[in-house]
Design a protein around this ligand. Structure first.
Ligand SMILES: [Mg+2]
Length: 221
């Protein structure tokens, strides 16, 4: 892969197939709190956002009065559901093997809290691959779609932003990568993606779309 010194993976919806589970849990919780909604509505509104940003948007745009422990309670629901249902995205291990074989560094940059990223990667057998190379929106002032997290990851990994490739499944993530002057590629291989996902990622600035990890891997060969 010419001109690339670092691959930055989003976690949810790229490394782990978590968005269907998380949107289902969020919809169930908001419904319990008196705002009936569906997983599909939650995916459309909140994919790629941190729990803190989700809470702000539900309180603001949706006008829902949330309990003070909303974020903690939602994290606990997600944690239990992930332990039951979470799987790696198909083909991730082969893609990481190919990067390692070519000596191309990679890391993860996620809107999730550090302990959530570690938990998701541990449940799916991927944690060892990212040891010491995990970056969370909790480490920077502004989460995606701001560029802060991607720039922080590039600095920590010793890579120039212009030589980083970011693989993202959400418009917010693609926008953050573009704002960081990185090469943003869209990934549409997770189970929550629909026919509308790729056009939304292109509109956000993705320069390529990969429907599978094997397609992404073909870039490297
Ligand atoms: Mg994502």
């Amino acid at each position: 892969m010419n001109g690339i010194d670092l691959v930055i993976f989003d976690c949810d919806g790229v490394l782990v197939d978590s968005e269907m589970i998380a949107s289902r849990e969020l919809a169930a919780y908001l419904t319990d709190l008196g705002r009936p909604t569906t997983g599909a509505e939650c995916r459309a509104a909140f994919t790629g956002l941190s729990i803190q940003s989700v809470g702000e948007k539900v309180r603001g745009a949706w006008g829902v009065d949330l309990p003070a422990d909303f974020a903690a309670a939602l994290r606990e629901r997600d944690r239990a559901a992930f332990e039951r249902d979470l799987k790696a995205v198909p083909g991730v291990e082969a893609a990481l093997d190919a990067l390692s074989a070519r000596g191309l560094p990679f890391c993860v940059a996620s809107s999730g809290a550090p302990e959530k990223i570690r938990h998701s990667l541990a449940l799916t057998g991927l944690l060892d691959r990212f040891d010491g190379h995990l970056f969370s929106a909790a480490q920077v002032a502004r989460g995606k779609p701001a560029p802060d997290l991607f720039l922080h990851a590039a600095t920590a990994m010793g890579a120039e932003p212009g030589r980083c490739l970011v693989l993202e499944d959400s418009p917010a993530g693609v926008q953050g990568a573009v704002a960081a002057t990185m090469r943003a590629h869209g990934f549409t291989g997770a189970s929550h993606c629909t026919d509308a996902t790729a056009p939304a990622l292109v509109a956000a600035g993705a320069v390529a779309i990969h429907p599978t990890m094997a397609d992404f891997l073909s870039l490297l060969l």
